[in-house]
Design a protein around this ligand. Sequence first.
Ligand code: HEC
Ligand code: HEC
Length: 347
Amino acid sequence: MLLFLVLGFTSAWKITATLNPELHQKYLQPKDYKEVDYRSPIPIIDTLAALQLGELLFHNPQATLQGSCASCHKVEKAGFGLTQFPIGNRGDFDVILSHYQDGVNIDVQDVKTPATANCYETDIALWSGALGAKGINKDVSKMKLASFKEQNALGLDGIYTQVFVGGDVHNITPMIENCKDVPFWDEKANKAFGNKLSIYNGSIAIGMYEKSQVTSQSNFQRWLRGESEKLHSEQGFKIFLEKCESCHTGSQFGGNVIAEKIGKSDFQGRFILTGDINDLDMVKAPQLYNMKDSPTYFHSSEPITLFRAIKRHGLTTTSETWKVRSFLVNDCHDDSMQRYKEYCKMN
Ligand code: HEC
Ligand code: HEC
């Protein structure tokens, strides 16, 4: 079946990708923020206003103990972090303080900061895939352990669930509490959702902001739309279809399938949600755009090269690894992610 698809695509490439509906249907991303399906649980009155609110909250360090979301997720780097182990931007201060004062709550995570780019269709969030009530998490009876039960019970997808978990773990709740009843924030929320700022609509705005960050200006996407004449690495794309796509699925190349972990760590993966021994060490195969922006690889955040990260899967020869790496680096990189920090400049 896979071979048939690969051969089928190959013959059409020579003509142009825009004439191949099958390629389109599988890989075409939303072209810009207006095309994203936000699947919001509350009515959106003005999408741009909601994204502006989300952008401000995402970058807002106000009242959080631990620094803004953007202190770990660099939007211009597709949401990856700059350091091996993420630490909120009050981090240095808190680390020093914690030597002198008990109970200082420092936001340090022991896994790699994943991308926020290309999460527009992510059913399951986190490396363990533990957040969300869609896709493989649909069967709630499998969520045997207490972790995230309350937030998963909201019935939302991974990203919207994550923003509610973030209420506790990253202090979104006190941050939004602090903004409530301030005319500036209430006006923004009113324009976006027709209500004053609340924990609920503020969290959804952050989730929408994340979903809007699509790598649609990459050469692969431009080629699919007929705006670019050719791929830099056609061969790399073929290898990708043959050896990678089964786990790194869909137009985001990942985000919805779990498989055995590759990085070395004590992390138990999806087991933390289900308690099922078959889920031990199973982690999410993440999206694969803008990989060269990531300083480290795998949930365990290993400071290795992208070449090594691909090779560690044990699926490709050295020459295939270079080709598929070239496809990821040259065709699947959007150089202009900075635009997602500029909603507030738009009217
Ligand atoms: C201290 C650094 C840090 C801060 C601050 C931070 N994050 Fe994260 N974020 C992470 C790490 C690390 C993970 C992966 C955790 C895991 O999988 O267990 C993550 C995971 C996520 C995910 C899931 C992505 C995926 O593909 O599964 C989303 C969405 C997200 N964060 C959004 C946010 C939002 C919104 C905020 C602000 C309220 C925020 N983060 C603040 C480090 C951070
Ligand atoms: C059997 C499923 C599976 C296949 C097939 C697969 N991957 Fe992966 N991939 C994963 C999983 C799971 C992870 C996360 C592993 C971890 O964190 O320990 C991953 C992680 C990655 C990463 C690191 C991403 C990051 O954000 O750190 C890259 C790069 C990658 N894969 C590329 C590829 C390429 C290229 C291929 C094809 C040659 C491929 N993968 C085939 C499951 C797969």
